[in-house]
Structures are given as C-alpha cells and as structure tokens.
Design a protein around this ligand. Structure first.
Ligand code: PMT
Length: 406
C-alpha cells in the first residue's frame, strides 16, 4: 500500500539502462503510484517520449524553455507536484551537474529547484563510477541527504565487468517503497546511525583499525528505515552494500565521523554502533615511514580522538531525543557498560561481548544486553538483523513515550 497515490517524478537520463525505466514505470503503476517523466536529450537517445507517455498515460517533459508550459515554469511545478524525485539512470554527467548546481536543461533545473527527496539509481561504466570526480560528487550529494540505490556489480553494457550496473528494477521499487514505508511507527522521525570501524592513518599507506565489519550498524540503519525513519548512516570503511533508502555518508577517521554526525543533525535518535578508534596517531607522516637498518623500531605517539557518542549526548539544543551507544567489552560486560552509560551521558548502552570466542566482530549473530538507568534487559543470541529489528522497535516505543511524556 506504500505507493498508492504517490507521485513519483522519474528523470530518465542518457544511459543504456534507460530502457529499464519502461519496466520501472509499469511496476510503479501496478502498485498504485503515479509516475510522471522528465526525459533528457541523452535519455531520448535510448527511449522514446512516446513509450514513456504511453506507459505513464501522461505527457513527457523535456523542454526547459517551453512557453506553452506554465509560462516556462514547469521546472518549478514538476518538483512541487511530486512526492519523490527518482533519477534512473543517474549518469555521471547529471550527478556532476547536481553536485555543482548546474541547471542547463529541464532535468538539472528541476533537480536544483526541487524541494522533494531525491533518489538516485546510478548507472555507468566502472571506470566512470570509480573515478574520484564521480565519487566526490556522490559524497557531496549524500551529505545533502540525497538517497541512492545501487549500482550493482556485473556485466556492463560496454562489455566490461564491475561496478556501475544500474540497480535492478525490483530493487529500485523496493527503495521507493522503503522511502514511502513511512506508514511505520518511525514515520517523520530522523535517525542517525554510525557503523563500521575507523581508520586512523600512520602514514599514506598504513593505518590503525579494528575488526568491525559494519554488519550490526548497517542492519540497525536498515531496520530503522523499514519502520519509516529517514536515516543517515555514517559509516567507516566496510565491504557492505549501502542499505536501500538510507542516506550513507562514508568516512575514514574518527574526526571525519564526528563532523559527518554533527552535519546530519537534527535527529530524533542517534545510535552509535561504530567501533571508533579511541586514539589517532599524533603526527601523521606525509611520506611512507621508512625502515632504517639497525635503528630501533619507531614509537607511535597517540592523541585522543573526539568521543562522538558523548559529544552527541552533550549537544544541548541539538541533542537527539534518544542517544543510544554500544559497549564492546571482553570482560565485566555489564559493569563496564553501566560505567559507560554514566560517563557518556547517553540514554541506553547496548553491551556486547567482543572477545574472540564470542565471534561478534565480523560475525552474523550477536548477544546483547540493554543497559539503561532502570536496569538490564538481556536478549538471547540472535542474527544481527534480528537484534537490529528488536532495537528499532524498542527505539520506536521509547520515542513514542518521550513524546507522550511532554
Ligand atoms: O561491525 P560488526 O562486525 O557487526 O560488529 C559490531 C560491533 C561489535 C562493532 C558493535 O556491536 C559494537 O559494539 N559497536 C561499538 C564498538 C565500540 O567502539 O565500543 P566502545 O565500548 O569502545 O565504545 C563505546 C561507545 O562509544 C560506542 O557506541 C562507540 O561508537 C562510541 N565511541 C567510542 C569512541 C569514540 N571516540 N567515539 C564514540 O562515539
């Protein structure tokens, strides 16, 4: 039911994957959505306006300077009349225009004038996708809250194999449904989640890291999103796909993670599941440190990293209503978690055993204990997705109670 009556403005840009839009429109309409199309000049090389018009049963918009359209104001109206703007395929060129604020055709002008959430389904050659310019543009867009689905890896139309394949139509529909799944108990709420490790550079080639895979944090972001929250996931380096419908900000260091977290405020709830390095190297070498024959091994001087969880909990008027931290311990689990709850000023600590025998780091299951001011609630060993789903329900109930208390 999530899509019934939803107005989806679909921008079709110039990529070979444009042909998949025809199926996307069909599937959106089957689910009760009302798609409407903007076609770029490049897009028209791959699909015809006639096909799009026939499938949407609406006209197709392609001209920025059409004087027959609202005195040339269709770029404003199209976004105002949409609930969500979907760009599929999102080409490197169109993402670059979005990142820099260029508006030289109807599609880019609609995107610049848009006041609505935007979902990108990137599609391009793998070298174009991996190019630092494309990745930098994408990072800028994500920081602005633009949503993304895909790309996947596989055979590309150009004959090469790798990243850059537009998400399958089913996955795009799922991401759109997830966005509108706002029927859930967290509808209208904003959530911030941290996940994964941080990498603290020693020199340009070496870093200090830890064993976090991001599985637990990413699962929490996905679970909150499924309950209807608008989620920003700030992630350290992980080898996981981005959860659909979640705005992902990728960082490396604890300092970058802190900046990204504060840039994502305001939020109703923050969940800090990242394994943030407590220290970084005081003086990062600009060149690779060399081994000097006969000299003693170097000593690394460390300096403390900012405590993101404690910072969010002490953020005054910007403090999320609910601040949830984790405690990764190898002994005296509950005792250390209670001390962290008090020291960091958060509302709940999720304690988990990270000794090697427990297999929590990188594993698929977790045994957690919810340590709050009123006591401890222990859950059985569960898949990380199930821990995430239960925690998301717990958060939804707690947020509802906070609002009722006021
Ligand atoms: O990623 P996985 O492989 O799925 O593993 C999941 C996990 C074990 C990483 C996860 O469940 C977990 O326990 N995350 C927290 C890891 C951690 O750093 O715990 P800590 O006890 O050192 O830190 C306590 C809390 O302070 C955490 O919420 C942490 O995110 C936060 N912190 C710590 C240091 C710092 N400088 N800033 C922080 O925000």
């Amino acid at each position: 039911m999530a899509l019934v009556g939803r107005r989806v403005l679909l921008i079709v840009a110039g990529g070979i994957a444009a042909y998949k839009c025809l199926d996307l429109i069909r599937r959106l309409r089957e689910r009760g959505a009302r798609p409407r199309c903007v076609l770029t000049r490049g897009g028209a090389q791959f699909v015809t306006p006639l096909s799009l018009a026939a499938l949407t049963e609406d006209r197709v918009y392609d001209d920025l300077f059409s004087l027959t359209e609202d005195n040339g104001m269709s770029h404003i109206r199209l976004s105002r009349e949409a609930d969500l703007v979907v760009v599929a395929p999102a080409t490197a060129d169109l993402m670059a225009k979005m990142a820099t604020g260029l508006a030289d055709d109807l599609a880019s002008t609609v995107l610049l004038a848009s006041d609505k959430p935007i979902l990108l389904a990137p599609s391009m050659n793998l070298f174009m996708w991996n190019h630092p310019a494309t990745q930098a543009n994408l990072a800028t867009l994500r920081r602005r809250g633009v949503l993304q689905v895909g790309p996947g890896a596989g055979d590309l139309a150009c004959g090469e194999v790798g990243d850059g394949r537009m998400a399958e139509v089913g996955d795009i529909v799922a991401a759109i449904e997830a966005h509108f799944g706002a029927a859930g108990p967290l509808a209208g709420r904003r959530a911030l989640v941290t996940s994964g490790p941080t990498h603290e550079p020693i020199d340009p080639v070496r870093f200090i890291a830890n064993r976090s895979s991001g599985k637990q944090g990413h699962a929490i972001a996905a679970a909150l999103e499924r309950l209807g929250a608008a989620v920003t996931l700030v992630s350290g380096p992980v080898a996981l796909p981005d959860p659909p419908g979640v705005a992902v900000v990728k960082v490396e260091t604890a300092v970058e993670m802190k900046e990204a977290c504060f840039a994502a405020l305001p939020a109703d709830v923050a969940v800090c599941a990242a394994a943030v390095a407590d220290w970084r190297v005081a003086e990062q070498a600009q060149e690779k440190r060399k081994k000097v024959e006969g000299a003693p091994p170097p000593t690394l001087a460390l300096t403390p990293n900012p405590d993101i969880l404690a910072g969010l909990a002490a953020a005054g008027g910007r403090r999320p209503r609910l601040v949830v931290g984790f405690a990764a311990e190898t002994e005296n689990l509950i005792g250390h978690a209670q001390a962290k709850l008090a020291r960091k000023g958060c509302d709940l600590i999720v304690a988990n055993d990270v000794s090697p025998a427990a297999g929590t780091f990188g594993g698929d299951s977790n045994t957690v204990h919810l340590v709050g001011p009123d006591g401890v609630e222990s859950w059985p060993a569960l898949p990380k997705e199930a821990v995430a789903a239960r925690l998301a329900e717990w958060i939804a109930a707690r947020l509802a109670a906070v609002v009722e208390d006021r």
